[in-house]
Design a protein around this ligand. Sequence first.
Ligand code: FAD
Length: 302
Amino acid sequence: MSRVRGLLNQTTTVINSIKGSAPMTQGQYSCEFFPIRANEGHQRARESRLALTELNPEFYSVTSGAGGSTREGTLQAIEEIAEEGVTPAVPHLTGVGETRDSVSALLEHYRSIGVQRLVVLRGDRPSGMIEHGDFRYAIELIEFIREISGSAFHIDVAAYPEAHPETPSFREDIGFFRDKVKAGADSAITQYFYNVDAYLRFRDDIADLGITIPVVPGIMPITNYKQLARFSDTCGTEIPRWIRRRLEDYQDDLDSLRAFGADVVALLCNQLIEGDAPGLHFYTLNRSGPVLRVVKAMGSLA
Ligand code: FAD
């Protein structure tokens, strides 16, 4: 059976699982959450995690505010996921503002609660923060983790198919990515994008450099145009004109916007799977509905 056919079959299995039959094989999907310490947002994140177990995800990751700004919340969410014992918990670890001591302590704690995988990032300096701490770039944090923890953790890093917004050139950005892999990254998750060619080209470029680690596309469901446009401006993701114009047209007609968004993102996911992407990482924004809607739409489009 070809790899594409295998992945498409697995997609079908997910759809079946949503309809109530057997769950899919683990390993194809992962989901990202952001930390919330209390109140109804916290409850919503919990319910979303529960609902998304339908996808049998490989892991649930939890973001971390650079400079330790969400340390407590990230820890709490990771501990909860670990206690639930259904889906492996994967904390994001940012270097900005951290010291070797603070990272050592955090790693020790994560090991003690059974964490085996990390998403390792530089992070963005919060406005007003001048000191970058002991880690200027993600690579330095990866090197440090390998130095003190050996291969205890599987390390994911960030990749940018449309280039990181601060990078002086695409070529250099890809060079820095190669360096992170050489320093010990096991796999990567991309910034979200809506141009499938950007991902395929990025993967070809890194393959030319001999990089063979899995690079999993990050997928952002479309549910709100203004918020998406703001995020995308900040992180350097292009919303193609034809998508942007249609989203603008829907204005306050959220039902139509979300139906269109689910179709567009499902088509992207199917193209990625057909292009042999090793999995899909969903930016859930703590909501299960938009992710499940995309996965269902993938079935009808495949
Ligand atoms: P790096 O790989 O260090 O790259 C940062 C920039 O520096 C790039 O422009 C790169 O080209 C350049 N660069 C790298 N090495 C060098 C060098 N040696 N010399 C000169 N320039 C260099 N942010 C958070 O705060 N918390 C999160 O939890 C979080 N999760 C994320 C998850 C994913 C999957 C992704 C894609 C991003 C996430 N981010 C998160 C955002 C991320 O922190 C920002 O994009 C940040 O600006 C860069 O982080 P990085 O790890 O890619 O940095």
